[in-house]
Design a protein around this ligand. Structure first.
Ligand code: ATP
Ligand code: MG
Length: 205
């Protein structure tokens, strides 16, 4: 079993979008995939309930009441969708329980300011295991000023950006149908799937 935690204390950063799409990717690869929803709002589980049974299966459960994160060993991949505001001893415990941490980050001054303390705690937590954490730039074109601003901000933390995902209704439409950009029909999401390649390589290697 391998586990990935998707976390950012800022609401609306794109955690559930990343977590559900990652689950969809693993499921489409034929992996036994479990989505652990830590958020009381249970958006990831709601997404799962919309999912067409003919699509590759993702199973899931609400794990938000756990003091310490215990994950199902029988899955190939466990994707953990964190709630906004995750910090402190729980964050420390959750980071230890997983193989990788992915932080979606929107390049806005508000999002960056709200994420600064979190990135500092993560950095002190993963001392010596720097390869464990990466940033996904959300809703951004890498050629823009916003992207440059994000890169400048991240220099302080020495954490890599492993993907840039564009702003597109494809994620919104897929979510409404319990689907992901990795599910068929794939033709219309080709451009988006391509943007995930570097993130998936980082996770799977
Ligand atoms: N790349 C994108 N392009 C367009 N819309 C996006 C993209 N990523 C996320 N969104 C939309 O932004 C909103 C917030 O995303 P999401 O729910 O994934 O964030 P979150 O971090 O899980 O929020 P919360 O902190 O409330 O759990 C959603 O409506 C989602 O569909
Ligand atoms: Mg969410």
């Amino acid at each position: 079993m391998r586990a990935v935690l998707v976390a950012n204390p800022k609401g609306g950063a794109g955690k559930t979008t990343l977590a559900t799409n990652l689950s969809g990717h693993f499921a489409n690869q034929g992996k036994v995939t479990t989505l652990c929803d830590l958020d009381r709002q249970q958006s990831a589980l709601r997404w799962m309930a919309f999912r067409d049974p003919s699509l590759p299966a993702v199973t899931g459960y609400y794990g938000g009441n756990q003091i310490s994160l215990s994950l199902p060993r029988e899955a190939d991949w466990v994707v953990v969708d964190a709630p906004a505001g995750l910090q402190g001893y729980k964050l420390t415990d959750y980071i230890r329980a997983v193989d990788r941490v992915v932080v979606p980050l929107v390049p806005s001054v508000f999002d960056m300011a709200a994420t600064e303390d979190f990135l500092n705690s993560i950095r002190s937590e993963i001392r010596g295991q720097r390869a464990k954490v990466a940033i996904v730039a959300m809703r951004v074109d890498p050629r823009t000023r916003a992207a440059a601003m994000l890169e400048e901000f991240l220099k302080h933390f020495d954490l890599p950006i492993v993907a840039y995902l564009r702003n597109t209704q494809n994620y919104v439409n897929a979510a409404a149908a319990g689907a992901t950009v990795f599910d068929p029909p794939r033709a219309r999401n080709k451009k988006d799937v391509e943007q995930w390649r570097t993130l998936l390589e980082w996770l799977e290697n």
